[in-house]
Ligand binder design. Structure first.
Ligand SMILES: *Cc1c(COP(=O)(O)O)cnc(C)c1O
Length: 608
């Protein structure tokens, strides 16, 4: 698994003359976007978590880049070559990584080829570019790098032209740095490709670098004005075309999950087969649990993963978190609260249900009083009732329960990763969510978040089931770094990519985007004189239940089919008491798409 990339961006770019006097080469724009930004986006989409940029000339420009970026300054950039910049970055490299030059445009397929490459050290090469600035490569009979030169005459059998994208191990990097150190006197401005060829060729402690050639690879290095013109005219348009051929038809899901996913998340599922008992996969799951815990609060939170949908996580909590003599109060103001009660009943637990309107806010004082009067040990609530879009005051109620020694169980399946949550602050002991809602991954992984001290108590609780047992799942993973049973391997890779992207957007940023979509919807609803089921102040801003128009011509199926033809999926209401349809605004959707849908809705309503 490749988690880091290093971009060497220290160079002066003096051959680009006035363009790069006060700007690094990577900020040259093609198609209106700096080429280094295009590169960063491609790296993130390929699953890179952290990008290290070695800077030099005009280093402050890099501070404006977005992403999980670590800037490392090469103070001696004017005297060193790219190898000097790479050496500055080396201490921050933790594992296998991608190494790139900053002045490239390239087809993202090259990154996937390297990630998928069996040789752990490999340099991407192409057929002839005739760019006038080629670095020619020679390889041995097994395809490993022997020699590199800008002079074609130095090379016997041509293996390809160096692209400037490689994958390397930390050991190869260390060897390259040692080579630089050993030659600092005779080659002070060493370029990295010289070190790469040197470590590939050595007899002792050899780090062979495989030359991975793609004959018709689309790429260009931009070193001078002529390169820039050629790149703009005869390479960039083809890169765009090649990449667009891989895009998946866009379906905007306005149903309450599974939510729309990014193509990068879809593609993360397409990877080499792996036995999930391999340590490498344990690392992936461990990373996922740790990162999910960070989204759930600042305190000590442990996240257990299960193969299953969100309901599996609800069932895990209800079946695993209540002791023999426990007594549970369930708040039911929608179908997910009702589901909690059905699960509790299936396990024969001692529980009561507090029923409340599915569209009016809970009576907080009455709930508090009930919780105390009934001598309950456990309290279960749905944070966001997806049935109607009603946001329950779960933090206030759970904090209250906590003060009175009542353990809290929260279904945050459709709240997590949109509504900011801090389990310690909010008084949540156990919390459920899933991979296919606001975290924007694929369906198939259920999460149960646990405050550490609450979790420890489960050790002695009765084991009411086998597959969905929280303590067993948690303890086994801690011990073996494996799930007890076969995990949904590819779904977990997709979840990893979804988490990388959620971290970049931030949960606050995500909720702001969702809210912007919701506001567009609500604006249209009001303009069309439609009514919403839940008072605006009590809504989550994540899903809206709209009362069906009072017209004999209205049919949900007509609206649904029109929407579906235009690439939008909508969902009927879920309440028997009120005729509604629901529009969710979660997932990888953009405000422009919601505007597109509201236009369609308006056209349909006008036909009634
Ligand atoms: C989606 C959802 C669930 C889980 O439903 P599944 O069909 O099992 O994925 C549970 N609770 C709430 C509040 C939800 O929105």
């Amino acid at each position: 698994m490749i988690r880091q990339a290093v971009i060497m961006a220290g160079g002066l770019g003096s051959r680009l003359k006035e363009r790069t006097v006060s700007m690094p080469k990577g900020f040259i724009e093609i198609g209106g976007v700096p080429i280094i930004k295009q590169s960063i986006k491609k790296l993130i989409s390929t699953g890179v978590e952290e990008i290290i940029i070695g800077t030099g000339h005009c280093a402050d420009w890099f501070e404006r880049l977005e992403g999980n970026i670590r800037l490392v300054h090469n103070a001696r950039y004017a005297e060193t070559g790219s190898m000097g910049t790479l050496a500055c970055c080396a201490p921050f490299v933790k594992g296998d990584f991608l190494l790139l030059e900053s002045d490239l445009i390239y087809d993202a397929a090259g990154l996937r080829v390297l990630v998928n490459e069996r040789h752990k050290n490999a340099a991407l090469a192409s057929g002839p570019t005739n760019s006038g600035d080629e670095v020619y490569l020679e390889a041995d009979a097994d395809g490993f790098l022997l020699r590199q030169s800008k002079n074609r005459a130095d090379i016997c059998a041509l293996a390809g032209e160096l692209v400037g994208i490689s994958r390397l191990t930390p050991a190869a990097l260390e060897a390259m740095v040692s080579y630089l150190d050993a030659h600092s006197a005779d080659m002070p401005n060493m370029e990295y490709e010289a070190a790469l060829a040197a470590v590939s060729l050595r007899t002792e402690n050899r780090m062979p670098v495989f030359v991975r050639k793609i004959e018709r690879y689309l790429w260009r290095e931009i070193d001078c004005e002529a390169h820039l013109v050629a790149a703009q005219e005869s390479v960039y348009p083809y890169i765009q075309e090649a990449e667009s051929l891989l895009s998946v038809r866009r379906e905007t899901l306005l149903n309450p999950g599974p939510a729309t996913t990014a193509d990068s998340v879809k593609y993360a599922q397409v990877c080499a087969d792996i036995c999930p008992r391999e340590a490498e996969f344990g690392d992936v799951m461990d990373w996922i649990s740790t990162e999910l815990s960070l989204f759930a609060g600042k305190g000590r939170i442990e996240t257990a993963l299960f193969g299953g949908s969100g309901t599996a996580a609800d069932e895990v909590m209800i079946s695993s978190c209540i002791p023999e003599n426990g007594k549970l109060l369930i708040i039911d103001n929608g179908s997910y609260g009702e589901r909690f009660a059905k699960i509790a009943s299936a396990y024969g637990l001692n529980f009561d249900v507090y029923k409340s309107s599915s569209f009016l806010p809970l009576d907080v004082d009455r709930v508090k009083q009930t919780a105390l009067d009934g001598m309950y040990t456990h309290f279960a609530i749905v944070y966001h009732e997806t049935t109607t879009g009603l946001l329950n005051p779960a933090p206030e109620l759970c904090r209250f329960c906590h003060e009175h020694g009542i353990t809290t169980i929260v279904d945050a399946v459709s709240a997590f990763a949109a509504i900011p949550i801090d389990m310690d602050r909010d008084g949540f002991d156990f919390m459920a969510s899933t991979s296919n809602k606001n975290i924007q991954g694929m369906a198939g992984v259920a999460f149960v978040f646990c405050r550490k001290d609450a979790l420890e108590k489960l050790k002695t609780y009765p084991m009411r089931n086998y597959y969905l047992n929280l303590w067993d799942q948690y303890a086994y993973f801690k011990k073996a770094r494996q799930m007890r049973f076969t995990p949904p391997v590819q779904t977990l890779y997709a979840l990893r990519q979804a988490i990388i992207e959620a971290k970049l957007e931030t949960i606050a940023g995500r909720y702001a985007r969702y809210s912007a979509c919701w506001e567009i919807l609500v604006h249209t609803i009001k303009r069309l004189n439609l009514n919403m089921l839940v008072p605006e102040e009590a809504q989550s801003r994540l899903i809206t239940a709209i009362i069906e128009p009072d017209s004999p011509k209205y049919r949900f199926d007509d609206l649904h089919d029109r929407a579906r033809d235009a690439g939008f999926t909508i969902y009927p209401g879920k309440l028997s008491a009120a005729a509604t349809f629901r529009i969710a605004n979660i997932g990888d959707i953009r405000p422009e798409e919601m505007s597109g849908f509201t236009l369609l809705l308006e056209r349909y309503i006008r036909t009634l």
